[in-house]
Structures are given as C-alpha cells and as structure tokens.
Design a protein around this ligand. Structure first.
Ligand SMILES: Nc1ncnc2c1ncn2[C@@H]1O[C@H](COP(=O)(O)OP(=O)(O)O)[C@@H](O)[C@H]1O
Ligand SMILES: O=C(CO)[C@H](O)[C@H](O)COP(=O)(O)O
Length: 557
C-alpha cells in the first residue's frame, strides 16, 4: 500500500536566524509542506546567554538551536504535507558557511562542556563573525610571500570568514579552548554527524572554506610559520574523509529518528552549503549560469568547465557545486542585512506609522516611495560594505558610506541608494568573472529579496542583463531535498534531478535602456569610490575600526 504512494524526501535549510524544513515529492519536486523554526538564541553579537560580553564584530550561535529545528520544523513540515513519515526515503541538509563548531572527539559542542561554557570561543562562530580579520591579513600576507599555490584559487585573498582565520583566532585568544577542541567542524557536517552518526567533510565546505585543493590542505610548514602552535591544525582538527555532494553520508540514527519523526535507517545525504545547494533547485548548474542567492547576504554561484583565477572571488573548487565541474563562488557579506539595519535604525516613526496604516512592511513602503524616482534623482552614491567586503576586495575592516547627503535627502532616497550600492557590488563581481574569461550568459536570482520588484528591476538595469528567477520560495531547502533524492539513487546525478525537481522562470525582469545608460554613469562613480577607499588610496575605514576598538576597550576597562 505504501509503495503506491509517492516517494518523498525532506530538505532542511539551516539559515542565520531560523531553520526551514520542506517535504518534497521525488518524482517532480512538488513541495508538499514546509515549516520554519526560529532559533531561540539566534545570533549572539553583544554577549553570551550568561552575560559574558563579546568584542566588536563577533557573531556566535548555540548548536542546541540547530537540534531544535530537527525536533520542531521537520515534524511540522510532515504534518503540513499530510505525509506519512514512512513515505520519506531520504533527508538532505544545507547550512550557512563558514559556520564552525568546536567539538570534543564525539562531536559534543564545547559550549556544552561545563569547563568552557563561559568562554565565547567555545561557541559556534557564525559565517558573519568578522573578528578574525587580523588573522586573515597574516594568512594572506604569508601566503603571498611564500607563493602558496592555493592562494590564486581564492582570488588571491582568504576571507576572515573562513575556517583557518577563525581557528587561528581561537588558538591565539583562547589556547584552552583550542587545546580542548578535538574537531573544528563545519556546521554543515556537524548536523549530518548528528543525523547519521558519521563525521564526513562535504566537498563544498572543505574546498571553499577549508582550503582543500587538489586533495591537499595548506602545509604544516606554512601553518608553523603563521604560529608554531598552529602547525598541526590540519592533521589535529580538520582532516577527515570527504564526501561528494549528492552522495549518501549514512543512515538516520534512532536518536535522530526520535527528534524528527522520520523512520530510522533512511538515507542521510552528505552536507552542503545553503548557496551552492540552491543551484539545482534553480536549474542553474550549467556553465555560464550565474546564480545569486540574495537574502541577508548574497552568494554568487556558478559552474564552469574550465579553471580560471578570478581576482577576489571566494574560491573555485572542483566538484564544489556539482561533481565533475569547477564551481565558482563570490559574495557580498551584507545585502538584506544592510536594508534591515536601515529600516530598524534610520527610519522616522512617521514612516513606520504610514507603513502600518497601509498594512505593508517598512521595506515595501520605502520601496514604493523610491520607485517613482528617476535614476540618479536622489544625488547619492553608497558603498555597500556595512558588513565588510567579501568579494572582490575581501576585507572586513571596510565599512559603509553614503555620499551626497543634503538637507533635502529623504529616507527613501538613502534606501534606494543602498539597494543600488548592492547592485553595483554585484556588477563588480560579474565584471571580475567576465574579465577573467568566465562568461556570464544568464543571471538567475533566488532568495528572500526576490519579493522586492523595485530591487529586481534596479539589478536588471545596473547589470544591463535580464534576470531569471527561481520558482521555489524555499530554494536552499528544495536544493537539499534534491541532493537527498540523488543520494537515495532516484536520479543518476544532480543535473537530472535538477531537471525533474527544480524550476526557473527565464528573463522575468528586462533591463530598461535609458536606465542602463544612467546607471553606467553612476557605476563609474561607485567604482571610483570603491577603489579609493577599498584599494589602499585612503585607509580611513581601517583606521576608524581601529579607533573604535580602542575606544570600546577603554570603555570596558
Ligand atoms: N521587501 C524587502 N525588500 C528588501 N529587503 C527585504 C525585504 N523584506 C525583507 N528584506 C531583507 O531580507 C533579508 C532576509 O532574507 P531571507 O532570504 O529571507 O533570509 P536569509 O538570507 O537569512 O535566508 C533581511 O535582511 C531583510 O532585511
Ligand atoms: O557564505 C555563505 C555561503 O558560502 C553563507 O552561507 C551566506 O553568506 C549566509 O547566507 P544567508 O544570507 O542566506 O544567511
């Protein structure tokens, strides 16, 4: 009787503030039900739950929040789908990255070990933890000096968001946690470990965030020169067997079956990263298709048949998006996060009241007000570095800027200028790819920002390209489910699973010629400011960060 019913897979997307589960039909990718569970602790940016204060640019999480998603979102999604759990044949997951869990040998997070519970370094370092920039600077300078062969695979610069910089910060600021930490685990792999009892590294995180290239990590010699105590970091803390994307990692344990309500023994897919996993959901796995997953941050993901070194990209990894192809990644650390900062801190109460009266969000209200403007009418240019710059400058000491403010400037003017700044940032990335010999033939958008039509039109006009859009509103979770379908053997590979289960609408937003011309002029101004403040002509942003750190340290004393 069960055989007559469709086979289902579950995809679980672990985001910045919540986790989402979706129940998907293997045959055609139909999303039958979904549920979201908000993290209790969310993002810890100023203090630990016990009140211990955190320094500037810290961002931590509590791993118990991830288990709560398994306990709540998965059963709720099954309920919403009206599914019999026995129909589910596999589960796939994806995570933000680089999000790192320090653990004991058996995977227990160190913040759950009483001796370390009060030490901030025992907690998960979330992708947007940007306090390891000094360590990243040293990694980059030393790698450049020694001519390390892996450096060009990361566009010439390793981000402070990635595994090595964050771990070096742990070693140098909390030797006790570093010593106690038996494994430094990508959350993407930690959750799979919790689900099936097997700790494998996934090829995506290992390549982009863990500097695994051509089967090897940075050498012991290199690490010893960075800091003698770091010499054995690879062997001691991160080296593990690597699983291909779409392969099975193991089978659901009884404990995880109890958490999720799924049958013990079903296939658990190798872990993956939220951005990369979305490519098959958006039918964007072919070379030339650049997928932008636009939400809190934006990640740009693209497959290629050839290996090229793109300055300032996050990385190029063989099999990093789809086995058999070179996967490229670039990104902007703050996009929706910048709009969120603006609406939460810079909008007068009268605007909030108007939005409430209209029954719409403040984002929608500001977007409506800004939509009527001619391009350039606000007289502003902004730099989109409120959360630093991940590509192409790879520097989290940079900060935001709005130039051209007058007494006539309105909130919607600034809101529009911030949207434009993020679009200019994306154009800078697209041009870096094209100039490096990686053509971008199609630009596909996924993620929460799709719901803003003004923003989409601005991107089409700034890029001078049509925008295609993913059909699913749950791109990462659907992508994780597609990987589960491949892992259970329902499809031969990710491309065929994507063709059957993913969906995209082509060229939904078309560039408007007059706007394209007007934005070309503004983009030239953006690039002038970008290079002036971002490439060393004026280091005022770095100096301001340093002054801020000193002032905060002084105040804490
Ligand atoms: N209408 C809107 N226009 C622009 N930004 C928006 C709008 N609504 C929400 N946002 C922003 O979208 C971001 C959340 O995007 P989403 O894709 O849901 O999350 P995540 O990237 O964490 O998965 C928030 O930073 C929020 O400020
Ligand atoms: O760097 C990443 C992927 O490589 C992060 O996962 C991402 O930037 C965070 O994603 P989101 O904006 O969806 O929370």
């Amino acid at each position: 009787m069960i055989e007559a019913r469709p086979r289902l897979v579950v995809g679980v997307d672990f985001g910045t503030l919540s986790g989402r589960a979706v129940v998907v039909r293997v045959e055609d990718g139909a999303e039958l039900g979904s549920a979201t569970h908000d993290y209790e602790y969310g993002v810890l940016e100023s203090h630990l739950p016990d009140g211990t204060r955190l320094g500037p640019d810290w961002a931590l999480q509590v791993p118990a929040d991830y288990i709560s998603v398994l306990r709540h979102a998965v059963p709720a999604a099954l309920d919403a789908a009206g599914a019999d759990p026995r129909q589910v044949v596999g589960i796939g997951t994806d995570f933000t990255a680089c999000t790192m869990v320090p653990t004991t040998a058996d995977g227990t997070p160190l913040n759950e070990v009483p001796a370390h519970a009060g030490d901030p370094h025992a907690y998960v370092k979330l992708w947007k933890h940007h306090a390891a920039q000094p360590q990243a600077d040293r990694i980059n300078a030393l790698a450049a000096k020694r001519g390390e062969s892996w450096l060009p695979r990361y566009g010439g610069l390793i981000s402070s968001e990635w595994e090595f910089a964050k771990a070096l910060q742990v070693l140098e600021e909390s030797p006790a946690v570093y010593t106690a930490m038996e494994h430094w685990v990508e959350a993407a792999d930690w959750i799979v470990w919790q689900l099936c009892g097997t700790y494998l590294r996934n090829a995506c995180s290992a390549g982009y965030k863990g500097i695994l290239q051509d089967g090897t990590y940075p050498t012991r010699d290199f690490l010893a020169e960075l800091n003698p105590g770091f010499a054995d970091f690879v062997a001691d803390k991160i080296d593990r067997p690597v699983g291909s994307l779409g392969a099975p990692a193991g089978r659901l344990t009884r404990q995880a079956a109890e958490w999720t309500g799924l049958p013990a023994g079903i296939v658990v897919a190798v872990g993956n990263v939220d951005a990369h996993v979305t490519a098959p959901a958006a039918q964007s796995t072919a070379p030339g298709q650049m997928l932008a997953i636009m939400g809190t941050s934006t990640c740009h993901i693209m497959n290629g048949q050839i290996l090229r070194e793109v300055p300032g990209m996050c990385g190029v990894v063989e099999g990093g998006v789809t086995p058999g192809l070179w996967g490229y990644e670039a990104g902007q650390s703050g996009v929706g996060d910048i709009f969120n900062w603006f609406v939460s801190t810079q909008v007068p109460p009268a605007y909030v009241a108007e939005a409430d009266q209209r029954g719409i969000s403040i984002h929608e209200h500001l977007s409506d007000k800004a939509a009527a403007q001619a391009v350039g009418a606000h007289g502003l240019i902004a730099l989109d570095w409120h959360s630093g710059n991940r590509s192409v400058l790879v520097d989290h000491e940079l900060s935001g800027l709005v130039l051209g403010l007058t007494l006539a400037t309105s909130p919607e003017d600034v809101y529009r200028a911030l949207i434009e700044a993020t679009a200019f940032g994306t154009r800078t990335i697209v041009e870096a790819f094209v100039d490096s010999g990686i053509p971008v033939d199609e630009f596909v958008v996924a993620g929460g920002l799709l719901k803003n039509p003004l923003l989409m039109q601005i991107y089409a006009d700034v890029l001078g390209m049509p925008l295609s859009t993913i059909r699913s509103t749950q791109g990462p979770a659907l992508g994780a489910a597609i990987h589960a379908a491949v892992a259970v053997g329902a499809y031969d590979d990710i491309h065929s699973a994507s063709a059957a289960m993913g969906g995209v609408d082509r060229a939904v937003y078309q560039p408007v010629e007059d706007n394209v011309r007007a934005y070309d002029a503004l983009y030239a101004e953006y690039r002038a400011l970008h290079d002036h403040f971002g490439r060393g002509a004026n280091d005022v942003m770095r100096r301001l960060r340093s002054i801020r750190r000193q002032a905060l340290q002084g105040a804490a004393r």
